[in-house]
Design a protein around this ligand. Structure first.
Ligand code: HEC
Length: 172
């Protein structure tokens, strides 16, 4: 019985040290505070390391997800553009509408109309839509030929303008 009591006291003390708690109030051994501190430190460091690796893993995952989303979006955008172009080509509508523009701007849109306009091929679609709508409204006149252009685009609907702008923007 006596032995058992001693053993259980030792075990209890060891557990106490192991927990690393309240080392100072236990005056039984001087090495205890240092030991429990080390264990506590180790535990803190381990927790810190786990935290760090977890958060960096989360950050990496987020980055990868972002990149993937971006790539998918870009690919989808390109596919949509390609489809639009293919449809436009198949129906022939925008290029047919562009035929009368080609007389001055060139078949490929790269001629400076009457030596006065800017090259329209490849301009951003939004810019082309804006410019054509301004000519239609009679509010654009860059080289003194605004009224001539107004006559050219007067009959175009918003849908026509959109289609033609897409077509001209795609001329490279
Ligand atoms: C008779 C010749 C002629 C025809 C046909 C013509 N244009 Fe023009 N275009 C011009 C001239 C000249 C200008 C410059 C007008 C100015 O002074 O602002 C111009 C300017 C433009 C511009 C602005 C360019 C820039 O960046 O400043 C666009 C866009 C344009 N034309 C589109 C068209 C479209 C679309 C058609 C057909 C529906 C067309 N044009 C038909 C002569 C023509």
């Amino acid at each position: 019985m006596n032995r058992l009591t001693i053993v259980s006291i030792i075990v209890t003390t060891l557990l106490f040290i192991g927990c690393g708690q309240n080392g100072q109030s236990n005056s039984a051994a001087k090495s205890e505070p240092a030991k429990s501190e080390t264990i506590a430190e180790k535990a803190t460091k381990a927790v810190q390391a786990v935290k760090e690796s977890a958060s960096s893993a989360v950050a990496k995952t987020a980055e990868v997800a972002k990149k993937t989303t971006h790539e998918v979006t870009e690919t989808a955008k390109k596919a949509v553009e390609a489809t639009k172009e293919a449809v436009a080509k198949a129906t022939g509508a925008p290029s047919a509408k562009f035929a009368k523009c080609a007389g001055c701007h060139g078949k490929d849109g790269k001629t400076k109309a009457l030596g006065k306009s800017a090259v329209i091929a490849g301009q951003p679609k939004a810019d082309l839509v804006k410019k054509i709508k301004e000519y239609k409204a009679g509010t654009r006149n860059v080289a003194g030929m605004g009224s001539l252009m107004k006559g050219q685009v007067a009959a175009l609907s918003d849908a026509d303008i959109d289609a033609i702008a897409t077509y001209i923007s795609g001329l490279k």
